[in-house]
Design a protein around this ligand. Structure first.
Ligand code: CO
Ligand code: ZN
Length: 326
């Protein structure tokens, strides 16, 4: 699991440029015939006669897109997804073609004045002409940061949401034949508005939706009030800004966790969204829920997860895949 997670998190796949991630996932599932839909979602099916369950894990990560190159060769940029400008000074970026750069900040009187427009990327060149050989307007990049193993806790950029990609790969690798029809969807463009999940759900027309994604925690010094902690188990979502989890799905997840002695905690998130927000509004409505992986420092380059929560999340996802649903 750690090796797979390292490979997935270290690859670069900002929203709209998920091809590298898709190739890694395909290579991990050689026994399946996979297909890629028009928007780039990767779809992997295990057919069965009963309920059709769409599992989703988004492949994309937050990043930046180049908006302007000045005559000295400095790049200005816009954010892709929910990037926090306060995390950015000194940050390193990597473009799709491998070009690297560092983020600098203009002289500011107060750090509180920091915003996107004060930041620039330095790719080590001295002119616009030189810069244009490496980077074009509209090119996208992800942040970089090495994977570190702290024992129970693992840290990297893009744990959101490669951690769920790894779990869904494991689910498909290890799941025996089931009565349910399992459709695993590795989605595109979640970070910019749950876009891949929306069209994938329409095409698949599932009976149930289950997203796997990261969630925040309330267990660090002076954190916001939130009853989710690292290491205390899989989080079963009650709500976020995109979804009120369907009571049947949420209660079924709790029942399965209890019955299988899987550690779990209830998640009430006061912001954010997941693919389930798009899936549950598909066609005439799809009962949907979310298994979340508690994660500290979400949307920083040092997102931290706990391996015990990953084990719990995988066990719960397997139990749901095999469950007898009404
Ligand atoms: Co995210
Ligand atoms: Zn996510």
């Amino acid at each position: 699991m750690k090796e797979l997670l390292k490979k997935l998190t270290q690859a670069c796949g900002p929203s709209g440029s998920e091809q590298c991630i898709r190739e890694i996932i395909k290579s991990e599932l050689p026994n399946y015939e996979t297909r890629t839909d028009a928007l780039g979602n990767l779809i992997v099916e295990k057919k069965g006669p009963k309920s059709k369950i769409m599992f989703s894990a988004h492949m994309d990560e937050i990043g930046i897109i180049v908006t302007h190159i000045d005559k000295e060769g400095f790049l200005r940029f816009d954010f892709i997804g929910g990037v926090n400008p306060f995390y950015l000074p000194g940050e390193r970026v990597q473009f799709q073609n491998g070009t690297l750069g560092v983020i600098g900040v203009e002289k500011l009187d107060k750090i509180a004045d920091l915003q996107k427009s004060n930041l620039y990327i330095d790719i080590g060149v001295e002119s616009k002409e030189e810069a244009m050989k490496l980077v074009k307007i509209g090119d996208t990049a992800c942040f970089t940061s090495p994977f570190i193993d702290l024992g129970n806790r693992l840290v990297s950029k893009a744990m959101d949401n490669r951690v769920a990609c790894a779990l869904l790969i494991k689910l498909m690798q290890e799941l025996p034949e089931t009565d349910n029809h399992i459709v695993a969807v590795f989605t595109v463009q979640e970070e910019v508005g749950l876009r891949g999940a929306k069209t994938a759900a329409y095409g698949i027309d599932p009976d149930y939706g289950l997203a796997i994604d990261v969630t925040a925690t309330g267990d660090t010094p002076k954190a916001m009030t939130m009853d989710v902690s690292l290491g205390k188990g899989a989080a079963i979502k009650v709500k976020d800004n995109s979804l009120l989890a369907h009571p049947y799905v949420k209660d079924k997840l709790v029942e399965l966790a209890e019955a299988n002695n899987i550690p779990y905690q209830m998640e009430v998130l006061e912001f954010g969204g997941t693919d389930a927000g798009a899936i549950h509004l598909n066609r005439e409505g799809v009962p949907s829920g979310v298994i979340s992986v508690p994660t500290r420092y979400v949307h920083s380059r040092s997102e931290m997860v706990d391996v015990r929560d990953l084990d719990a999340a995988l066990a719960l996802a397997k139990a749901f895949a095999k469950a007898d649903l009404k």
